[in-house]
Design a protein around this ligand. Sequence first.
Ligand code: F6P
Ligand code: MN
Length: 330
Amino acid sequence: MQNLAQTLTAQAVNASLADLLLTLADTSKAISQAVRHGALAGVLGATEQENVQGETQKKLDVITNDMLKDALKAAGNVRGIASEEEDYVVEADKDGEYLVCFDPLDGSSNIDINSLVGTIFSVLPAPQGELTEQSFLQKGRNQVAAGYVLYGPSTMMALTTGNGTQFYTLDPKTGEFLLTEEKVAITPDTGEFAINMSNQRFWEAPMQTYIADLVLGKIGPRERAFNMRWIAAMVGDVHRVLCRGGIFTYPTDNKNPNKPFKLRLMYEANPMALLVEQAGGKASTGYETILDIEPQEIHQRVAVILGSANEVDVCLSYHDQDYAGEPEVE
Ligand code: F6P
Ligand code: MN
């Protein structure tokens, strides 16, 4: 089996980008160790700090953010970083060619229950000149690489450098990421959906009707049964979609009128959208292709509908129609 370095060479990925991806892979191995030790290492539980988005930071959010930040600052080829856990962009190497956006530990509400978590990353080219937030505000289409590392029963990396999506599995004996799936392909049709149903009354009318039709199963307009799954970690739900198809959505809702979307564009939606498109799937907000969004700020949130191409199309067709009625406001 080929290791990560060998596959990057085989794909003719430029040497500097390959180095950066190997740095990310090495750091994720260390994160995997920290996560695995759990309560033994005293890393579970919350800190007293909040991040810029008003969420209480878990100890592991802070630890993993620092691990990635330190490694990327030392890498030499990174101009700057943007993280879910950093209020502002962080400057790294003056001559760095790349910008890295990351969610150091996605699904952190799963930490204390020993459930799935992962690291999501997105690599963009660094523009010339001074580093500002503006340097990062590039469409997801500009990503030169994107991926995640899932700290599950086995540690796996999903990666794309624009040559399809690959899966690697960390060999616990050698500490190497080995290529275990070369051409990930999402089935175009599916019988599985992922959404937080408890928000149902807050969704827009098209999403309410779409999900209601799935739940009706054989007696509804879809005339077949659908199953539901929700891991509460995007990284886990998207991994399932890449493995066996499905539709994953965190749609627009009006639960909190100041926060109509939950997932972050730069370090959640964009990298996942690239992985999904590279595996033959689709990713949209319901009205716009995720990778074509012009970002306005690094912590911007966005509605996400992604997965099996035909099922995403069905969901989008509901958004094309004119629905009467609005979701309930609380
Ligand atoms: O990062 C945000 C996130 O934790 C995602 O990983 C996950 O898909 C979602 O939020 C879970 O949301 P909820 O708490 O509504 O289930
Ligand atoms: Mn996250």
